[in-house]
Design a protein around this ligand. Structure first.
Ligand SMILES: [Zn+2]
Length: 146
């Protein structure tokens, strides 16, 4: 018996608990803190709605809701709809189209990539359309082969 054990036994003995065992102290569980994304930018509406890393989850949820809503509407209108479709561009790089909609009766199809942008000028819609076209047009041969 070590001196520490004797001290413990004397302490318990003085309490009239000769054969008692001291309760083990519960180890405190360390709570894992999720790292919050930090941002040092000025909180303008443009920044928060479009780029702030702290708002990424909400921005993605908004995007999924918009995409789902468009897909549902197209299905009701009898389009054949596929969401989150991987495709290959002419240069071999990959893309993921949000929606591919096919109207087989009229032999036409659409690549849709809905985006919510903070309006900065009256050319915004045209500029975004051009941006999206340059992103997805290289995938048209890939979809045409299918
Ligand atoms: Zn921010």
């Amino acid at each position: 018996m070590t001196s520490a054990d004797r001290k413990k036994a004397n302490h318990l003995g003085s309490l009239g608990l000769k054969n008692a065992v001291e309760p083990k102290k519960k180890k405190k569980k360390k709570k894992k803190k999720k790292k919050k994304k930090r941002c040092s930018e000025v909180e303008t509406l443009w920044h928060v709605l479009g780029y702030c890393p702290k708002e990424e989850l909400q921005r993605n949820n908004r995007h999924y809701k918009v995409r789902s809503s468009i897909a549902t509407t197209l299905r009701k209108a009898k389009w054949e709809v596929y969401e989150e479709v991987h495709c290959l561009a002419e240069n071999g790089s990959t893309r993921r189209a949000d929606i591919i909609a096919i109207d087989r009766r009229n032999q036409r199809s659409l690549i849709l990539d809905p985006t919510v942008r903070f309006e900065k000028d009256d050319q915004q819609a045209n500029n975004v359309n051009d941006e999206k076209k340059s992103f997805y047009n290289p995938c048209i041969p890939h979809f045409s082969e299918r």
